[in-house]
Design a protein around this ligand. Sequence first.
Ligand SMILES: C[S@@+](CC[C@H](N)C(=O)[O-])C[C@H]1O[C@@H](n2cnc3c(N)ncnc32)[C@H](O)[C@@H]1O
Length: 277
Amino acid sequence: MLSKEMLEYVATLVEKSLGIQYARENHYQLEKRMDEVAAAFGMRGTEELFHTLRDRTNSKAMNALLDASTNNETSFFRDRAVFDAFAGELLGNPEFAGNTQNYIRIWSAASSTGQEAYSLAILLRQWQLQKPNRNYEIVVTDFSERVLQQAKEGKYSDLEVQRGLTPELLSKHFEKNTTAPGYWMVRPELKRQMSFRKVNLLEDWSDIGTFHIVFCRNVLIYQNMENKRKVIGRLINTILPDGYLVLGAAETLIGLSEKFEIRRLGKAVYYQKLPKG
Ligand SMILES: C[S@@+](CC[C@H](N)C(=O)[O-])C[C@H]1O[C@@H](n2cnc3c(N)ncnc32)[C@H](O)[C@@H]1O
């Protein structure tokens, strides 16, 4: 058993690295995760892990603990209204983000296992097929290398594909995995315009470029106010004039930034960057 002070120390370490907060009443969860990481690394117990974290002697164990602290809940077309608005109001609008060149660049930040990004790819592929000169790129990022690896592979269980995909979309864009029964693989053409990379939103990602639209959903909810402001303040610079930011259903920009205008697109809320934002 770790002392209160030890758990406090580790909770602060996680918060500083990733912004994820463990309230004191949830320190037992942190200890449980430490237990799992210690076992995975063949350590004698959480005390040994604590010492390697404090002395910074095992960066892999540190990363594993941070990874285990993330909540990776996601599904295809999560919050359907957001995707209906994307397809209907934005892709259907020739003025979208001043997009005269038929090219759209999108960032799925904190994408988890990739369902959000592939849902967008399904819609963009449809949009592209309507006119041959249309093109797009989706940059898919997350802090966790574990979830990013799954996103990159595009491998989903029966249960995962049942969450949000219609049978038509499933057969059109996925094929059964021949070596792992009960799993599906994204068809290669859907992945073609996607790139994957590890990004910690609290660290430096200034080389990521600019986007017509950034999806940063269900990640800021775990951050304190200071981190939320910091991340939003930097996200603004990656969004092209008139471009959009999309947050999770329970998240808001109110009190965080005045550089966006709230736009109700269908039943979804999008934040459009102000021309001087
Ligand atoms: C609940 S999932 C959201 C997935 C998807 N955006 C959605 O809304 O369905 C939150 C993701 O944020 C990632 N995450 C947490 N803190 C992060 C940070 N500081 N930088 C980048 N990703 C982070 C987690 O690894 C996790 O995969």
